[in-house]
Ligand binder design. Structure first.
Ligand code: FRU
Length: 487
């Protein structure tokens, strides 16, 4: 089967074949999680966009469905969202509930390299299996803005209105609507805030409680920023924390504060599920595990592109302010096979080895730094390796994929990159998920995340724990081999 390719992710979502980018239209309805995605069904590189579709009951096992949205006279189908229209505000559903998708249609302007980007809607009366584009499309046009895309829509309870957040180049526009068909401009956000290293894309806006605090809930605005040739990080995702009154979002941090949702290289265009809140008040996030810098070049097989693991978002009050916390959803635990556990072993430069491993792994490790200058894990594949480590003097967590395997497809893929992290009571606690071509590292109880693609030549066969510049103590380590979702 095509899922046996040595680099094919075994517990991350991939399309069966061909090109995938952003996750789109995620919505929970009648026991099913829907995942749509930017899809080019005819090639393994980006091209005329469709919405691919998959459905899951547990966010782990996905069933592939037929293509949901095809290009039509209004253009190809770019990113967007979907909602449950519970009270039939749209009038599409004879008074009952149903699903409405809101997305950008892109049409090239003949003889130029610019495009028209306009918002359209489609509805489904059969739980997302088939979609009918609305005859009044497009529903939102403003040709002053060449970048005008990626609508994320939600129902704002307090003001009984639909709200749309939309990316327009270097800022976001917010609109309101009673029926998902007619939209009125409400406000703009961001021209002077956060990072502008690239064009703004794929926004999201939602409210979350602050964990364990007698503290008002906050609104979180997620904004992806596109690749710029001058920026070695490529495309990445930032977020803002603040309040929202139904019309205007106000950032509570200083305008020059930049908060990264993920400090790795490969988490882009991520947004959250609509209506999963009814289900255990969860705010669930998934991102495209790739980077526009090299997305079209990664050395995979007949598919190109994977999603991150699904993460539950929450907020925690830190010294500097309220910050986003991410934890992988519990559903992946069903994949755990018999674990291996080690505890209270001294670490030194030679390292401790966990050999004879193969396939995908979940790892939890708690290391007491003692006098070590650096501690870490080496993921070995023949004479190649990827290192996840912590540098004590610099107080930073890093991933080094400079000799991780296939690296030649782009000059900037081979890299070491890091993010600030403080040890707590002299200890570092890490949770890691390793698949055939990716690693996701969670530190600081979900406060720091790094997601990276790796393309080992031969699969990871050994993990080595090490300490350099002084000894450290491995307090506990659990390694769970994970069953493949294709097994
Ligand atoms: C983000 C993005 C979106 C756009 C889509 C096109 O990766 O550029 O802004 O809608 O991809 O595929």
């Amino acid at each position: 089967p095509i899922t046996e390719h040595p680099l094919r992710p075994q517990f991350h979502f991939t399309p069966p074949a061909n090109w995938m980018n952003d996750p789109n239209g995620m919505v929970y309805y009648e026991g099913e999680y829907h995942l749509f995605y930017q899809y080019h069904p005819d090639s393994t590189v980006w091209g005329p966009m469709h919405w691919g579709h998959a459905v899951s009951r547990d966010l782990v096992y996905w069933e592939h469905m037929p293509i949901a949205l095809f290009p039509d006279q209004n253009g190809t189908i770019f990113s967007g969202s979907a909602v449950v229209d519970w009270n039939d505000t749209s009038g599409f559903f004879d008074g009952g509930p149903g699903l409405v998708a809101i997305y950008t249609q892109m049409e090239m302007i003949a003889g130029t390299d610019s495009s028209k980007q306009r918002q359209s809607i489609a509805y489904s009366k059969d739980n997302g299996r088939t979609w009918i584009p609305y005859e009044g499309n497009p529903v939102l046009i403003d040709e002053r803005f060449p970048d005008f895309r990626d609508p994320k829509v939600f129902w704002h309870e307090q003001s009984s209105s639909w709200v749309m957040v939309l990316a327009a180049g270097d800022r976001l526009f917010l609109y309101r609507s009673p029926d998902l068909k007619s939209w009125t401009f409400a406000s703009e956000f961001g021209a002077q805030e956060g990072s502008h290293d690239g064009v703004w894309e794929c926004p999201d806006l939602f409210e979350l409680p602050v964990e364990g605090e007698n503290e008002a809930s906050r609104w979180v605005m997620i904004v992806s920023i596109g690749d710029a040739p001058t920026c070695s990080e490529g495309s990445r995702t930032q977020y803002f924390v603040g309040c929202f009154d139904g019309t205007t979002f106000t950032n509570e941090n200083t305008p020059n504060t930049v908060l990264w949702l993920d400090h790795g290289r490969d988490n882009y265009a991520g947004v959250t599920w609509s209506d999963a809140q009814g289900n255990d008040s969860e705010r669930l996030f998934i991102g495209w595990m790739n980077n526009w810098k090299y997305a079209n070049l990664i050395p995979t097989g007949e598919w190109r592109g994977a999603m991150t693991l699904v993460r539950k978002l929450s907020l925690r009050k830190e010294q500097q302010g309220v910050r986003l916390i991410q934890n992988v959803v519990d559903g992946y635990r069903q994949l755990r096979l018999q674990g291996i556990e080690r505890s209270n072993e001294l670490l030194s430069a030679e390292g401790i080895q966990f050999a004879g491993l193969s396939g995908q792994l979940e790892i939890e490790a708690e290391i007491e730094l003692m006098m070590a200058a650096e501690i870490g894990l080496r993921f070995k594949s023949g004479d190649k390796e990827t290192v996840v480590g912590f540098n004590a003097a610099l107080a930073e967590l890093f991933i080094d994929r400079t000799i991780s395997g296939h690296i030649d497809f782009h000059d900037e893929f081979a890299c070491r990159h890091s993010a600030p992290l403080k040890a707590k009571e002299g200890r570092i606690k890490l949770r890691l998920w390793l698949d055939r071509s990716s690693i996701e590292v969670f530190a600081d109880d979900g406060g720091l995340v790094m997601t990276d693609q790796l393309f080992p030549l031969d699969g990871t066969d050994c993990i080595e724990l090490y300490a350099i510049g002084g000894k450290a103590m491995l307090r506990t380590m659990r390694v769970y081999p994970l069953r493949s979702v294709y097994a």
